[in-house]
Design a binder for this molecule. Sequence first.
Ligand code: IMP
Ligand code: MG
Length: 174
Amino acid sequence: MKIGKTLVSAEEIDAKLAELGAQISQDYEGKDLLLVGILKGAFVVMADLARHITIPVEFDFMAVSSYGSSTKSSGVVRILKDLDNEIADRHVLIVEDIVDTGLTLHYLLKNLRVRKPASLKLAALLVKDGIERPPLDVHYEGFHIPPEFVVGYGLDYDGKYRNLPYVAVVDSVE
Ligand code: IMP
Ligand code: MG
């Protein structure tokens, strides 16, 4: 496997997260906000985005599996770890690394809505263009990228490359 072209640099990511963090701080001013990161991919975005948010927030995490070691979405979502706390009457912001087929988020939104949060919104660093997906409202989105498989900044190929500080395409897979 070879790392290809950088699609989004570390500097671009930081500037965008600062912008989103400021917007989130403004939108949730005076409200009690719970950030829900979707493991594992979103842990990097969550850590950096949260440090650009100036209001007090709480963290929780869910772990789901949607990919095995291949680069195609299986469409099957399994909850490996649920939230630690209840979210009834709380303002919940889901933090995701990437929206690809949207199947994971579609499922998660449905699943969390049943728990009757005061509000439920979605932040994602990356949205893949040119993918057919169920209607999905991404309230805070970072970058649109072409429908290629990418790694870095939390995103993995076969468990690796999550630690790259930028987002790059995968050139060749073997
Ligand atoms: P979706 O359900 O197809 O929207 O994507 C679910 C998950 O697949 C995302 O949260 C990512 O963890 C992973 N994923 C989607 N596209 C990529 C990619 O290009 N690189 C690495 N992981 C990806
Ligand atoms: Mg993921």
